[in-house]
Design a protein around this ligand. Structure first.
Ligand SMILES: N[C@@H](CCC(=O)N[C@@H](CS)C(=O)NCC(=O)O)C(=O)O
Length: 198
């Protein structure tokens, strides 16, 4: 399996953590989405990462579809099997990814618009959603499950992305999440290697 990815991408970080967690081998191909490389555009019309190219020639995106593909390969080891717990894990992943969607909207607003066209109210709106998501997570910390699952990996990737791109802007208000990450790292020692980075 080939994974098209980039080190700073939080969704790539999540699926790389999942592959590591499940012991799945990936041939990782680093791509720069800004240059729309052929290998990416031919396999994902949206030109987004992560994109997985399977051994039978299929391409799988987005990150949630990749997580579920991995879960099927690993016979259900990535998500809890009990209905209620599975839903909790999927919603935790959706919230974590959704926070990343807001953070990326902020990064892209600044990156792709000329300075005079940057629309601050849009940035403020996205930041409000991201911090409201973080406040919800701080107040409703994921239960410290014995077994890690996809939702935990998604949250760890999101916190890693915040640390990378928004350092100093969120930690003070969300101390429970910092503590949660410390506990997570104790269970997932490859976090430093697989978290979003430059
Ligand atoms: N919902 C998608 C989001 C993927 C996404 O937005 N990835 C970013 C990098 S972190 C990307 O490819 N951006 C390039 C672009 O939008 O052109 C997923 O979960 O995989």
């Amino acid at each position: 399996m080939k994974l098209l990815w980039s080190p700073s991408s939080p969704y790539s970080s999540k699926v790389r953590m999942a592959a590591h967690f499940l012991g799945l081998k990936l041939n990782e191909i680093r791509v720069d989405t800004n240059t729309a490389p052929a290998i990416l555009m031919e396999s994902n019309p949206l030109g987004k990462i992560p994109t997985l190219l399977t051994d039978d020639g299929a391409s799988v995106f987005d990150s949630v579809a990749i997580m579920h593909y991995f879960d099927r390969l690993a016979k259900g080891k990535l998500y809890p099997s009990k209905k209620g717990k599975r839903t909790d894990a999927e919603v935790l992943e959706a919230l974590s990814d959704g926070i990343c969607d807001c953070l990326l909207a902020i990064i892209y607003e600044r990156r792709f618009r000329d300075d005079e066209k940057v629309h601050q109210p849009w940035i403020d709106r996205q930041w409000k959603k991201a911090t409201s998501g973080l406040a919800h997570l701080s107040a409703n910390l994921p239960k410290s499950a014995k077994k890690l699952h996809g939702g935990h990996l998604a949250l760890a990737a999101t916190l890693g992305y915040l640390d990378l791109r928004f350092k100093g802007q969120w930690e003070a208000d969300h101390a429970p999440l910092i503590d949660w990450l410390v506990q997570f790292e104790k269970k997932f020692s490859a976090y430093q290697e697989l978290k979003p980075s430059v």
